[in-house]
Structure formats: structure tokens, C-alpha cells
Design a protein around this ligand. Sequence first.
Ligand code: S3P
Length: 448
Amino acid sequence: MLKYLVMYTIRPINSIKAEVAIPADKSISHRAVFFSAIGGKEVKIYPFLSSNDTQVTLDCIKKLGIEYYRDNFSQEAIYLQGKGLNFPKDEKVELFAGESGTTIRILSGLLVGQKFNSVFRAGDYLNERPMGRIVYPLRDMGANIDGNKMAKQEKEDIYPPLKIEPVSELTGKCHKLNIASAQVKSALLLAGLYAKGETIVEEPYKSRDHTERMLQSFGADIKIDKNRVSLKPGAQLNLPKEIFIPSDFSAAAFFIVLALILEKSQITIKNVNLNPSRCGLLAVLKRMNADIVIKNKKERTEPYGDIVVKNSRLSSTVVEPDEIAAMIDEVPIFCVAAAYAKGQTQIKGLGELKVKETDRVFSMVSNLSQSGVDILDRNNRQDGCQITINGGCNYSGGDFKSFGDHRTAMSLIIFALAAKSKSKIDDIRCIDKSFPGFIKIIEEFKAR
Ligand code: S3P
């Protein structure tokens, strides 16, 4: 890994009319690998997202004895040869999750059911992210999983590395989560495949449901009722020959907002995942007067379609806590949309944003305010953490910090493209976590 920072300069652009190609969905790419690995046959996954996070998932799966290879003709497709629920290993396995929370949290759900010991290490940023949310409920199921018990920011939690030892039996439990988290839900459901009895997960709000959709379409005995999922073990998973992955809505969101805030612009993005548990941002932007049209809607386990966005005069809105789960990764770019909207926008229920790759409440408030945006955060007893933005326009550029967070970096670059003067951002290497082609698209815009 490069040790030096990669600074990037952004000059404003006037308008853009383009069709933008967005890479495959990150959450679904990880899950497609996990499910293919525990299926019993060869599966083609296409297009597969090639990024730092999904690469660590592939590296982990390879260490667990599962082979994969890339298609000779289309580098976008990968093939995996699954070997069933038990990974073919009998010695201790050391895994490295890099900066991927999805890898360490969801894969731990499979590791607790194995017959060998494993150690799961993480990169510098992921080492700071809480793992108690998976460790405690997995322990309730009988798993032998531990980590580094520490108090960070006054709260005691468990941090990587995680150590997992085999147990003779796991038992299904009813887990009532106090946060909406697809990583936690997925880890528990996957552990439930190895458990005796039913595993139930209830969330306060519905988080992304890709795992449930896959379990259902691969023949698992699963029931889904709003925010409650229950899974009975024992059914043979029947993987298809091919898993198709639509483009990532979270990556598309940067260009949706760019088209909205740049004068006389229009952007079309094809085959974007339109899963309602992911694209809550669309409903919020539409009530702010955004001109967004969905075309060619299709479905293959996940709904997807084309999004056409035109420059719009955005008005302000209030985003309630129950809307956050379906737009959790889009809050940073939503702050940019709100900064260019007329009036006061409030975004409530942002506690979970503080434990992402960085504290995204701090990263967005500190960066945007130094560029002249009237933005503040506060903790409110009723609605939790919230951000208030008094929108405007004519912002000067900024001297931004990414804090090593891909979504903060990309959001600020979009903000800067619509600003009135040049901006700089200190380090953009983190963008490769989810969207390695992002800067190339921006450079192509600049060259027009
Ligand atoms: C993800 C779930 C979300 C999201 C993350 C990816 C997933 O995290 O923020 O980027 O793939 O399951 P939480 O489970 O912590 O909400």
C-alpha cells in the first residue's frame, strides 16, 4: 500500500450531459462471494466489483480453501467453486479484512460455524470500528468469538483482531437489534445456517436486505415480515450458475447529486440497483423537487433500472430517523445536495454515521463549513445526532480532508465541481475501497 498521501485538485465545471457507467454493487458483490463459497458448485458472478474491499473478501475466501478465477474475456466476471457449508481447512487460518467492515462482520458469521480456529485481523481504520455488535449476539448463539475489549470514546466495545474457535453446537436465537445493521443481520443469519433451531433477527428499521433476498432465492427456509427475518437451518442451498449484480446505487448517488446541482446538466445511469432498502435517497430528493425519472425497470433477485436526472432547483426538507437506514451510505452526498438546496434541511437519527469508515458527521460538517456552508451538528435527546444545513449557492472551493473515507472524499469532490473556485482534497486513495474508476470519470468530465 502507498504510504504517501495522494492529493487531488478539483476545478469547477459548468455543466455536464453524459451517460455514466457505474460499477457493480459492493454489498451484493461481497455476498455473492460468500454464498458461492458455501454453495456446492461453480458459480459465475458478473459483473463483479473490483475494488479494495471486494478484493479482501476474495483473498479471505481463497485462504479458506475456495478457488476463484477471473474470466479471460471479461475481467468483470469471476468464477468461484463452492465446497458447501464447511470450508475445506483443518488448521488455524489467519485472515485480513483490510478496511472492509462487511468482510469482517459478515464472514465472522460463517467462521463461527467452522471446525477450525481463525484469527481475523483488520487495517488501521477498521481496527477502530466496533465489533461488539456481532460478537455479543454470536456468543448468545454459543459461538466462541472474542476480540480486543477496550474503551474508545468513553464506550467499551470489542475491536479487531477477532479470534474464533470451533464449538460443538450453535443454537438459533431471537435477536432484537437496537440498531438497524445489515452487516449484523447478515452475520447472524449466516451463523443461523450452522445452528440448531430457528434464528430470528428483528431490527428497529429495515436495513438493506440483500442477504435475505439471496437466501430466499437460493432455497433457504426463510420468512421475511417487514423488519423481522426468521431462518430455519437444514435446507440445501441451491446456487444458480450465474449471479448478476446491478450497478451500485451508492456509487450512482454521487452522479445523481452532481446532475441536480450543476446548471443545465443531465446524467443517465443504466442498470442501477433499485432495492427499496437501498435507495431511500430517491424519495427524499424527489420531495425536494428533484427531476429524477426511472426507466426500464427489471428484476433479477434485485430490482434495477435506468436513472435519468436533470438539474433541478432543490428545496429543503426534514429527513426523519426512520428514513436513514435506506440511505445510510448516501448521507454524505445528501449533505452536498442540501448545501445547494434553498432553505433549511434537517437530517435526524445519524448516530450510526459516527461509526462508519470515519465519523461522517464530523467529516462532512468540518469540511463543508470551511467552504462557507452553513452546517452544524448537534445531539438531541429525541432524534439523536442530527445535522442542520441552511442551503445556498456560490460557495468558494475548499481545502478538504478525506479522513481516509471513500464516501467523504467522493462527496466533497462532487461539491467542489459545483463550487465557484478551485478546491483541493488531501488524500483520495480511499476511493479505491468502493469505486476505483471514480477519478477517471471526473477527469473525463473536466476534459470536455
Ligand atoms: C453494508 C451495510 C451497512 C453499510 C455498509 C455496507 C453491507 O453497514 O453502511 O457500507 O454491505 O451490509 P451497517 O450494517 O453497519 O449498517
